[in-house]
Design a protein around this ligand. Structure first.
Ligand SMILES: C[S@@+](CC[C@H](N)C(=O)[O-])C[C@H]1O[C@@H](n2cnc3c(N)ncnc32)[C@H](O)[C@@H]1O
Length: 323
């Protein structure tokens, strides 16, 4: 199949943003070694004639790691719903003739994202030898549709490699943590931090306002979707024609300070109740409120991890094949 490098110039027009560069920093974090197993498997499974898709490619960290170990890389179609992330991926790889880019557009009138077939403008099926979906499956609202379109676009025997740090697996070590679990824990601890420090006295009365706190809890659930059990994903995959080759849960070392660096950007979603989210109150929080939120998140992480520098993060891998 002949593929155009990209079919949309719009996402290319803007400059690379601080937002995307900010996310890209996680590639230096120890917890991003969660990608290594997918990189190893991609090296084993795919050859230079293959065409694979990095679905929800983000800023392209998986591809960077793959290219580091594989000179004869497969051709790679990078798809993401964020124009900002895709633009940074494009900047990194567009000079490489093996890379192709498609934005998954949000269709406002239909209130949905484009399907893969719409993105790559084809009605054909069985085009891809493999799909990698790293750190994103827990974000999809309509997982059934996504899995169906993965199935449709893969050749028979094509591999689907998935990982996520936000899937609950009964095999998880009792002392390891799901990264999104820390979000709810920070929120819980934040109330005591506010109560116990006179510096935050202006927020104390808000804690008793059930409606206000409840609204901000709901906002948190929008930023960080509920964690689902592994069976939810494996059942959907099997139901839709995939054979499970391997399902495993591993620990990934994470540093608390790096996790804080990542989380602080999402202060509104985590403890927006401190100062109030504009989405709920109609008023922007002050700079001081934002500074306080970030400080409270830092203190909460120290409490949760008992001032330790590291924690074990639990990561799940689902490796399957189209039957
Ligand atoms: C945590 S990032 C992971 C990016 C990359 N795979 C990595 O491991 O660095 C999640 C990615 O999923 C994308 N995403 C979020 N919701 C999505 C959806 N409904 N469909 C497809 N991609 C989505 C985001 O734009 C983002 O790039």
């Amino acid at each position: 199949m002949v593929i155009e490098k990209t079919n949309d110039d719009d996402f290319l027009k803007s400059d690379v943003t601080e937002f995307a560069l900010g996310y890209d920093m996680v590639k230096n974090h120890t917890w991003y070694d969660n990608l290594n197993y997918l990189v190893k498997l991609s090296n084993d499974f795919f050859n230079e004639d293959d065409l694979i898709m990095d679905y929800s490619c983000g800023t392209g960290i998986f591809c960077e790691r793959l290219l580091k170990i594989k000179i004869d890389s497969p051709r790679i179609l990078m798809l993401d719903s964020s124009p900002k992330y895709l633009k940074l991926s494009y900047e990194k790889f567009h000079r490489n003739y093996k890379f192709f880019f498609r934005l998954i557009k949000f269709l406002k009138e239909e209130n949905r994202l484009q399907t893969i077939e719409e993105c790559i403008e084809t009605k054909s099926s069985e085009l891809l030898d493999g799909i990698v979906c790293a750190n994103a499956i827990h974000l999809y609202p309509t997982i059934n549709d996504t899995i169906k379109s993965w199935y449709n676009i893969l050749v028979k025997g094509g591999k689907l490699l998935i990982n996520s740090g936000n899937i609950l697996n009964p095999l998880k070590d009792s002392d390891s943590t799901l990264i999104d679990q820390t979000i709810n824990e920070i929120a819980k601890v934040s109330y005591d931090i506010v109560r116990n420090n006179p510096k935050y006295s202006k927020y104390v009365d808000l804690i008793g306002n059930f409606d206000y706190i409840n609204k901000h809890d709901n906002l948190r659930d929008k930023y960080f979707l509920p964690i689902r059990p592994i069976d939810f994903y494996t059942d959907e995959l099997v139901k839709n024609g995939f054979k499970l080759i391997e399902v495993k849960c591993e620990n990934v070392d994470a540093r608390v300070d790096e996790w804080f660096d990542f989380l602080k950007v999402y202060h509104e979603g985590i403890i927006g109740w401190v100062g109030g989210s504009k989405k709920m109150t109609g008023v922007e929080p002050t700079e001081e409120d934002i500074k306080n939120r970030v400080e409270i998140i830092k203190e909460a992480l120290n409490i949760i991890f008992q001032n330790k520098n590291d924690f074990k993060a639990s990561w799940n891998y689902i490796i399957c094949e189209k039957i």
